[in-house]
Design a protein around this ligand. Sequence first.
Ligand SMILES: Cc1ncc(COP(=O)(O)O)c(C=O)c1O
Ligand SMILES: N[C@@H](CCOP(=O)(O)O)C(=O)O
Length: 467
Amino acid sequence: MEYISTRGGSAPLNFEQVTLAGLAGDGGLYVPTEWPKFSQDQIADLAGLPYAEVALRVMKPFVGDTLVEDELRELCQQAYGRFAHAAVTPLAQLDGQHWLLELFHGPTLAFKDVALQLLGLLFEKFLARQDKHLTVVGATSGDTGSAAIDALAGREKVDIFMLHPDGRISDVQRRQMTTVLAPNVHNIALDGSFDDAQAMVKRMFADTEVTDRFAISAVNSINWARLMAQIVYYFYAASQLGSPARKVAFSVPTGNFGDVFAGYVAAQMGLPVERLIVATNVNDILHRALSAGDYSAGTVTPTAAPSMDIQVSSNFERLLFDLEGRDGAKTAARMAAFDQTRKMALPPEMQAAARDIFTSHRVDANDMSLAMRWAHEESAQVIDPHTAIGLSAARNADIDPSVPIVTLATAHPGKFREAVERATGFRPALPRRVGDLFDREEACDKLPGSYDAVKDYVTARATPAHG
Ligand SMILES: Cc1ncc(COP(=O)(O)O)c(C=O)c1O
Ligand SMILES: N[C@@H](CCOP(=O)(O)O)C(=O)O
């Protein structure tokens, strides 16, 4: 399996190279040259398998010959052995049609653990084969940062620099990052938004003054390996609900378009997906893009679902590339124009192609609270604000009642205790596995929202690629 850039200007790489590279040199995102296909029998064979085995089977075609089967199996068992639920990502039923896919049983209580526990091990495995030190630079609106830090803290050949928007994430999210005092972990509170942080990260990948000395990589979903590991739970959930004999719809609380793009890939691979519901909060660029063809970025509005307070959704580029016939030159021109104007109009044929599988819904603060209350009162389920956005969209979707709708429960409610308590009157506890989070010392540096300040900070502390 080879990977190409969505902007067509980088040489093809294998899975190992793409994992360590993160973002393509031309600014594009890596995608496989083609989507592997699963037969109905292969999907049927997933029924009843443990999560790690499903992960092995779904990811194997993407990994190609960069890992032998037993190596990949061992990494999956190690990564998912750290989850607090034997099923890793269990389903919970809400009513006759609605289900929650609980993705928050990992060490940092959000869906990011599913991919990042594996990515930490992949980095270690691949770096052991090379005489190279990796500098991971990431942006977080709260959850990627803690999951990446948990996965990489203390690893010998990696440094991690994580930028978060100062004051715009929950206390639990911040502390899960800043209380990890390992010497290879560097937390930066940026004066700016997640979008500012993400733009700086991408700029660093194109800055030869940095890349000539340091091997930069990514832990955000711009890194293909992140998305690959997220495809697995779509297969796992659908197979429990009767696929391939039965179609399943998914509602996905969305920000950077990574999680829902993983669902799109599952569908391209042959999983019978009835619909992917793209659920946004009031930062609704994706809803406007999919419902009206208007992909234009405004200013971010802070919400009670801060991890989705995103205006520029990196992975949308991967969809654009597919919708435009995988023509890298066209995608590059489209993205260059967007970088200039912060606006993009999708032609009617691209909108129609997207609507073959996606629908979208914008959920405001009131509907988010109503969904939290409904889950609590009708099904005795306490859900977090992000999951509530997915559930609200799912309950508004026009989908045949015989089709199960799975809402991705992307974070543990304990991460957003204040918002959950405001909506339901119930204050969720933090699971014991996060320990004495509020008693620990914090370490974090504040930086102004300037690329040069971040670049100077990183280059002064990072270890060069070779020695
Ligand atoms: C809890 C939670 N839900 C949903 C999302 C949105 O996921 P994505 O950015 O992959 O669209 C995020 C952040 O990515 C998140 O942390
Ligand atoms: N919501 C994320 C933002 C980054 O998304 P990613 O999936 O691209 O890493 C977060 O919580 O950090």
